[in-house]
Unconditional design. Structure first.
Length: 119
């Protein structure tokens, strides 16, 4: 599988696991693209937990924040790209959303988790 690594600027936070990023393609060319944070599922935006997750993500990477996007390909619907997103100081957005309890681990297969797995 081909992996693409680019830098970009946060355009807008959609919800706790979906972000619009202005990706720098080089040669003064940018593309505005929807990305899903790979490996997580956040609660739906129309819930209280979803609004909390969205707000938390916005504090981590507010609009205009520079990030590195390591993209592995499109999501299963083909309308977003799966990516690991990191800040210049090395903060992994997916890891931070998991450790804060604002998202749950999910590999994209099966039913989306809405709570942490039970031991």
């Amino acid at each position: 599988m081909t992996t693409y690594v680019n830098t970009g600027t946060i355009n807008r936070i959609i919800d706790g696991d979906t972000i619009i990023i202005n990706v720098d393609l080089g040669y003064n060319i940018t593309a505005t693209q929807h990305f899903r944070v790979d490996g997580i599922n956040a609660p739906e935006h129309n819930t209280t937990a979803g609004q909390t997750a969205t707000n938390y993500l916005t504090t981590l990477i507010p609009p205009t924040t520079r990030v590195t996007v390591t993209c592995s390909g499109p999501d299963k619907y083909g309308n977003r790209w799966l990516a690991t997103i990191t800040t210049p100081d090395g903060l992994s957005i997916g890891t931070e959303m998991l450790s804060s309890g604002n998202a749950f681990a999910w590999n994209g297969l099966g039913k989306k988790p809405t709570a942490p797995p039970t031991p």
